[in-house]
Design a protein around this ligand. Sequence first.
Ligand code: SAM
Length: 284
Amino acid sequence: MTDVQPKRGRLWIVATPIGNLDDLSPRARDVLRAVALVAAEDTRHSAPLLAHAGSRARTLALHEHNEREQAERIVERLLAGDDVALVSDAGTPLISDPGFRLVRAAREAGCEVSPVPGPCAAIAALSVAGLPSDRFAFEGFLPAKGSARRERLQALAAEPRSLIFYESSHRIVESLLDMVAVFGATREAALARELTKLFETIIAAPLGVVHARVVADANQQRGEFVVIVAGAQGDDADAQLAEGRRVFALLREELPPARAAKLAAAISGAPRKLLYAERSDERS
Ligand code: SAM
């Protein structure tokens, strides 16, 4: 007699609207109706969406503070044969949202994981920014603390790909100011606010102009934001590297190479690793 393995359930990663409920796809609706369980970042927040989809599935909260334990429980359900959907408060789960641990745990347990693609604020913003979209770097949220935020931005100053950031209303003004300071007021950018909602606004302009317009109008400081910044042009990157080398050479007279490279990178925006790697030229 052969052992019959019980059929495992499938984990569905379901993208949901970032504002306009009509963006829920028919396939997302069908999956939310069909599964036995919906894992949601905030079950109360997702209740209207599930009602809109006509889903009567049981819900379970899965957020950054309980993901490890909940992942185990969900994997047990999958192994018992139940299909489970993961949704976040808005957009695509795992994109600056929980779910990574769950997906890993489900895969490790041999369960199938399938996406139901749909809205994602980063991609929606990039699609209307009018900035190069052939290569881009998604940076998610910047650190909340000013010094850590500026350090992160400095590390990206010479990045040639378009940069995508998420930002909240609490910090949009400070973050834009730091971007102007690090990337320069003339760097092209786009601010996408409240996408797909009533007050959707897209400001596509140099960073200095974007910052000035947000500072001048309190309404532009409300809601949810994606900031897209054009990558460094060849000239910017070359100039930063030249400046980085100059500062590194000066600091190197007083400091060990790792420290000198870190400071030179922070001051110039040139890539730290490159400055550090080039130290070998000192010996030749
Ligand atoms: N997983 C989501 C996605 O796929 O876009 C992102 C979740 S993250 C916790 C929330 C952030 O996404 C917000 O702070 C904002 O930066 C951005 N965001 C979400 N909805 C947005 C919208 N309608 N317009 C602009 N930005 C939005």
